[in-house]
Design a protein around this ligand. Structure first.
Ligand code: PMP
Ligand code: GLU
Length: 395
């Protein structure tokens, strides 16, 4: 069987692959601490689940418009544009089956053969694959390690060519947890505008932020619209609302591009699951109850961030790490463990899994062999146990 050129370079998601293996080993009876995929360990808040169940009972089980129910598009538009100059216009929003689909919609509608797409590196593992599936060329743009890999216009200049059509970044970043300040983000957006490059800003971790309490990380929609060119912002319910399995994400862009993304989605998957949209609407509109749930989760994520940093300082002083300002990962160096047998981040992570029973994701999944990533969206006990076990192999 000859597969299509469309998938000539396709590789399955490395983050999902490691977590699937970890779950399989645990099901076989192995004692595994799974710190691989970034998935909140909290259950979806009961109020959100109840709304979905009630919605199903009321018959909200049919197709909706492709881009989502009018109520959810409006709520998502308001959620993404609260206190900013961009309009809360539902016509600019497309609701999709996860932010993953939002990002793919954008890549497929914007890029094609002959186009290059800059990707801030280290990158979330799916970005290069999405660009490649659109038959465009991913080009990595590296920030400096001293600046936690955040990009500057000079670094973007070095990576750009006349074929560059887009730039994809995440802030807060997966895998590093680094966060662009508003000024840094404005510089990147102005650079993209000056080159006619579309900026795709993945803000799925926006609310998982360790700045001042109650604040969200700066986002691209906070900027002056006149200083920003074509923009796609993606967000969703998976992380801050603990709703990974419901599969609801959304994008905010120009009404013209939103129309194209919606037309594309109408052929590929149509609407995000209707009961999930009911749940998402409840999640976005439950006011004080929602804020209280988020505050509880955020307090835990912040405490775990501090815990993991303290444990690394104490037990793994040779593993330099990026101090996360957002998201729920720790990105740390493992290259001191390289030897004759262990030559890559995958080798290190395999050794850690085999010898210590801890599942983490090798840096190669994010473009850098020197690093590995652990999730801190697990209980304090699991994090402590995981780091102590890793220290026996890496320490
Ligand atoms: N972007 C980033 C950076 C992520 O880590 C994830 C997590 N899966 C996603 C997008 C997609 O999230 P989802 O499809 O669950 O909304
Ligand atoms: N985004 C999470 C991660 O990076 C979940 C897995 C995935 O969607 O790739 O681990």
């Amino acid at each position: 069987m000859n597969w299509s050129e469309n998938i000539a370079k396709l590789r399955p998601s490395a983050t999902i692959a490691v977590s699937t293996l970890a779950k399989k080993l645990a099901a076989e009876g192995r004692d595994i601490v799974n710190l691989s995929a970034g998935e909140p360990d909290f259950p979806t808040p009961p109020g959100i689940c109840d709304a979905a169940v009630e919605g199903v009972r009321q018959g909200k089980t049919r197709y909706t418009p492709t881009g989502g129910t009018p109520e959810l598009r409006k709520a998502a538009a308001e959620y993404m544009t609260e206190d900013v100059a961009y309009p809360a216009d539902p016509a600019r929003v497309v609701v999709s089956a996860g932010a993953k689909q939002s990002l793919f919609n954008a890549c497929f509608c914007l890029f094609g053969p002959g186009d290059e797409v800059l990707i801030g590196a280290p990158y979330w593992t799916s970005y290069p694959e999405m660009v490649t599936l659109a038959r465009a060329e991913p080009v990595l743009a590296w920030g400096s390690e001293e600046r936690d890999f955040l990009l500057t216009p000079a670094e973007l200049d070095a990576a750009a060519t006349p074929a560059s059509k887009g730039l994809i970044i995440s802030t807060p970043s997966n895998p590093t947890g680094a966060v662009y300040s508003k000024t840094e983000l404005a510089a990147v957006a102005a650079w993209a505008k000056s080159r006619g490059i579309v900026l795709i800003c993945d803000e799925i971790y926006r609310e998982i932020y360790y700045g001042d309490e109650g604040d969200r990380a700066p986002g691209a929609l906070d900027l002056d619209p006149d200083a920003v060119g074509e923009l796609v912002v993606t967000n969703g319910m998976s992380k801050a609302f603990a709703m990974t399995g419901w599969r609801v994400g959304f994008s905010y862009t120009s009404a013209a591009l939103a129309g194209k993304m919606s037309a594309f989605q109408s052929h590929v998957s149509l609407n995000a699951a209707t009961p999930s949209q009911v749940a998402a609407l409840e999640g976005l509109t439950r006011g004080d109850a929602g804020a209280a749930d988020k505050a509880t989760m955020l307090e835990a994520f912040r405490r775990r961030r501090d815990l993991v940093a303290r444990l690394f300082d104490e037990l793994l002083p040779r593993c330099a790490y990026v101090m996360p300002q957002g998201a729920f990962y720790l990105y740390f160096r493992v290259d001191h463990a390289f030897d004759d047998q262990v030559k890559s981040s995958s080798d290190v992570c395999t050794r850690i899994l085999e010898e210590a029973g801890v599942a983490i994701v090798p840096g190669v999944a994010f473009g850098d062999e020197r690093y590995a990533r652990m999730s801190t969206a697990s209980s304090d006990e699991e994090i402590e146990e995981g780091v102590r076990r890793m220290a026996k192999v890496l320490g």
